[in-house]
Design a protein around this ligand. Structure first.
Ligand code: AMX
Length: 434
């Protein structure tokens, strides 16, 4: 089978033609209306952009290039990247070629460590990761080729070059940063011939005598890779990339969005919430105690982290997949047992609380089910990865695959610079409904 680069080169002309035809035939049709509530409410549900890598169906969850997530949970991250970009599964040869490509690019330059080592010791790991990515921007092939007058048709190729270098280095950057930030000793090198997920696990330096941590890393990196185009990180990366800012600038911008507690930082918050609960109850809490603790959280004006979603209206399949992993590899772990118990209790609590909110004239909680962040932290904790502020970095390494895939495809299709129209409250009062 052809390599990733060759497969894309074959497919892109046909995709361009297809999109050209769709725009010619349907360009003037309406896909969405926007209400005033949507305009004030984060554009929730407004269909205003195209993303072909994956879709999130409210009643099914993530579907990657037509494959429901739980049907492809066995895929390794390299295969997921190939699938996101091309719509096809790589054969063994194409997968090995991608792994060898990563081997060639994986060395993290020394200047990255020089910068990270002088950052204040209390820097948040997400800030360190973003800094490392921005520092490497000086190597952007996209920017160098652009400055030399690259043709528009080649934008995707230059973006792919940057994407592969960035993806090859991210596990080493993230793992080295972990060891630096948490005083774990010297850095561990990338092992040529070892896959991307297992390499990341290995470079973190956590003990893995049975190989199940490497399995978790592959699963984790698969599950977080993409979640269509409108979530904060993907949309931010898309917007910045649409100005032809290179992939380093674009991914770094997207990850700054992922660092927010309502988005990727929720996984850090989630496990702190679980451990606080366990500490207060002296171990795995009873369902009654858990219910009280949840109401205490809600009544103090906070959200229950790991529950709710802007699009999903069912249990997130990514949560279901992590739960299954936990049941197989750590069924008696008390933190995991608490996560399972939380799942028995919280949806009912949120439903009840939502009804109270509605009675008080507030919006209902649209989705009371767990999202991806409700369970992943407990699994990492089991393997000794106990530094919560680091969890969003793992999410980031994975989500970079989705953001970069979307960016490359957008450069290939010549997607225009993002520029929705905003209106003022005065304009709304004068013009709407008159
Ligand atoms: N606990 C308490 N209240 C919640 C809630 C939860 N888990 N989920 C939603 N609500 C509240 C909202 O805060 C909002 O209240 P407001 O009107 O007073 O501001 C109301 O319910 C309506 O919100 P919604 O339409 O159900 O959700 P949304 O699309 O506005 O927000 C999300 C979605 C994820 C931000 C929200 O459910 C939330 O804050 N969840 C907890 C944080 C979390 O787990 N984030 C991770 C999401 C996945 C990810 O991106 N990694």
């Amino acid at each position: 089978m052809a390599t990733l680069q060759e497969t894309l080169a074959q497919k892109i002309p046909a995709w361009r033609e297809e999109i050209g035809k769709v725009r010619k035939e349907l360009g003037g049709k309406v896909v969405s209306e926007v209400t005033i509530n949507q305009a004030y409410g984060g554009m929730r549900g407004v269909k205003g952009m195209i993303c072909d890598t994956s879709v999130v169906e409210p009643d099914k969850g993530l579907i990657v290039r037509g494959h429901p997530l739980l049907e492809i949970k066995h895929l390794w991250p390299e295969e997921i990247l190939f699938l996101l970009l091309t719509g096809e599964m790589p054969d063994d040869e194409a997968k090995a070629a991608l792994q060898q490509d990563y081997d060639k690019r994986a060395q993290v330059p020394e200047y990255v460590w020089d910068v990270l080592e002088v950052m204040p010791p209390d820097s948040h790991p997400m800030c360190m990761l973003d800094t490392a990515i921005l520092v490497m921007e000086r190597e952007s092939v996209f920017r160098q080729w652009y400055d030399k007058g690259m043709k528009r048709e080649d934008y995707w190729l230059a973006a792919l070059e940057d994407a592969l270098t960035l993806l090859a280095r991210l596990p080493g950057v993230a793992a080295g940063m972990y060891r630096l930030r948490y005083n774990k000793g010297s850095r561990i090198d990338w092992t040529p011939g070892l896959d991307w997920g297992a390499n990341f696990g290995n470079m973190l330096g956590l003990p893995d005598p049975t190989g199940s941590f490497a399995k978790l890393m592959r699963l984790y990196l698969n599950f977080h890779a993409d979640h269509e185009g409108g979530n904060v990180s993907a949309f931010t990366c898309h917007t910045v990339g649409s100005a032809l800012s290179d992939p380093y600038y674009s991914v770094s911008a997207g990850l700054n969005g992922l660092a927010g507690p309502l988005h990727g930082l929720a996984n850090q918050e989630c496990l702190s919430w679980i451990l606080e609960l366990m500490e207060k109850m002296g171990g795995v809490p009873s369902e009654e105690a858990l219910r009280d603790f949840a109401f205490e959280t809600l009544r103090s004006g906070k959200v229950v982290p790991g529950y709710g979603h802007a699009v999903l209206r069912v249990v997130d399949p990514r949560y279901a997949g992590f739960l299954e992993f936990g049941k197989e590899y750590m069924p008696t772990d008390p933190v995991f047992a608490t996560v399972e118990r939380v799942f028995n209790v919280i949806p009912k609590v949120l439903q009840e609380y939502s009804e109270e909110r509605v009675k008080a004239g507030k919006a209902p909680i649209a989705n009371c089910w767990p999202n991806v962040d409700a369970g992943s932290g407990a699994l990492l904790y089991h393997y000794g990865l106990t530094e919560f502020p680091y969890y969003t970095v793992l999410f980031s390494v994975s989500r970079s695959m989705g953001m970069l895939s979307q960016l490359i495809l957008n450069r290939a299709m010549g997607t225009a610079i993002t520029r929705p129209k905003s209106v003022s409250t005065e304009w709304v009062k004068k013009n709407v409904g008159k």
